[in-house]
Design a protein around this ligand. Structure first.
Ligand code: NAP
Ligand code: GDD
Length: 325
């Protein structure tokens, strides 16, 4: 039974990856940082099946200890400060976790077991002010936020450790992936939750920033399969993971509100605080390499994804209003 260590297991993608690897028969170890209140809500249903290792990307020794104790065959480094707006407020913390945290994980691999297979959660935010459309593995990067800059460092340090030390280190350049488990501040979930709340008369409006920004949005459950496939391949590499279709925030609002019989124009108001100092206007990925080399393809389409999120939020709000957990 192979052992997988997932950093960021309490996050959106970490929870789907833990489910996938457990289904595949892995011994799954999730790395979790110490917090004053529990953050294990997304993996509550898995806590009997997986093991939890305490560790923090800011603390080198905790990573080395986790590797020594659990001796993983595969490491999926998903932990990061992942919310783009926060990276302008906390650029140094973002660089510590999202950039230098990658080096600390790679150093732990080198120190404990260089034969470990390593996955780094890189991001389409690295393309930023895009140089070509659609974006591929060879499109140059032009990040537009401290988060994007930190992820670009994380990507290149992964490539560098592969080239310098012959590590089996892969970088997955993933475009936006969403689900009912998405954090509430990200735009898809903010809108799905608002559409459900407004339908159930819990609130009346929602404030959004740039409605014309467009993203290549896919389903997180599909994208974790690509992560696993990268580490099963004969040789390490870098892969774009995307659907190849893009939609604006406005189109996403139309679908979400339309699904509950509402017109988004009656409820979406402009919130200048949500406008970013430097915006990524348009992202769309070409995942031909992942399709041809790994045999990966997305299953859930955009409309189905947004409707799934709205349905889950309707159920969540109704359950909460009945005081159930
Ligand atoms: P997420 O929901 O924000 O989860 C982030 C995870 O990182 C959480 O488990 C968080 O723990 C953990 N974490 C943060 N700082 C840490 C630290 N210093 N030490 C240890 N753990 C720490 O993110 P996600 O959407 O699942 O994304 C997973 C990864 O993929 C991230 O690296 C993200 O940047 C990257 N990515 C995401 C997307 C996307 O569209 N979702 C696209 C491309 C790349 P707590 O629960 O304690 O906060
Ligand atoms: N969050 C948010 N809130 N975004 C808004 C809002 C709002 O009220 N109104 C408009 N937007 C626009 C943002 O300006 C951005 O262009 C787009 O919606 C998507 O924003 P997010 O959902 O916050 O995601 P992101 O694209 O910035 O970053 C996500 O995807 C990256 C991959 O490209 C995160 O998951 C990153 O961690 C990930 O790397």
């Amino acid at each position: 039974m192979p052992t997988a260590l997932i950093t960021g297991v309490t996050g959106q993608a970490g929870s789907y990856l833990a489910e996938l690897l457990h289904r595949k028969g892995y011994r799954v170890v999730g790395m979790h940082r110490r917090t004053s209140t529990p953050t294990t809500g997304r993996i509550a249903h898995l806590l009997e099946q997986i093991e939890i290792a305490q560790g923090d990307l800011h603390d080198q020794l905790s990573l080395i200890d986790a590797l020594k104790q659990y001796q993983p065959d595969e490491i999926y480094n998903l932990a990061a400060q992942s919310f783009v707006p926060t990276s302008w407020n906390q650029p140094v913390l973002t660089a510590e976790a999202t950039a230098l945290g990658v080096t600390r994980m790679l150093e732990a691999v080198r120190a404990v077991d260089p034969s470990v297979r390593f996955y780094q959660a890189s991001s389409s935010e690295m393309f930023g002010k895009v140089r070509e459309v659609p974006q591929t593995e060879s499109t140059p990067f032009h990040p537009r936020s401290p988060y994007g800059v930190a992820k670009t460092y994380g990507h290149f340090i992964t490539v560098n450790y592969r080239e310098s030390y012959d590590l089996f280190a892969c970088s997955g350049i993933l475009f936006n992936h969403e689900s009912p488990r998405r954090g509430l501040e990200f735009v898809t979930r903010k809108v799905s939750h608002a559409a459900a709340s407004i339908k159930l008369e819990v609130q009346d409006t929602v404030g959004l920033g740039n409605l014309e920004a467009s993203r290549d949005w896919g389903f997180a459950g599909d994208y974790v399969e690509a992560m696993w496939l990268m580490l099963q391949h004969d040789s390490p590499g870098d892969y774009v993971v995307a659907t190849g279709t893009a939609h604006t925030v406005r189109e996403m609002c139309e679908i979400a509100f339309g699904h509950v019989g509402l017109d988004f124009e009656d409820h979406v108001v402009s919130d200048p605080n949500m406008v970013r100092p430097a915006e990524v206007e348009h992202l769309i990925g070409d995942a031909s390499k992942a399709r041809n080399v790994l045999g990966w393809q997305p299953r859930v389409g955009f409309k189905e994804l947004i409707e799934m999120m709205v349905d889950a939020d309707l159920e969540l709000i109704e359950r909460t209003s009945r005081n159930e957990t």
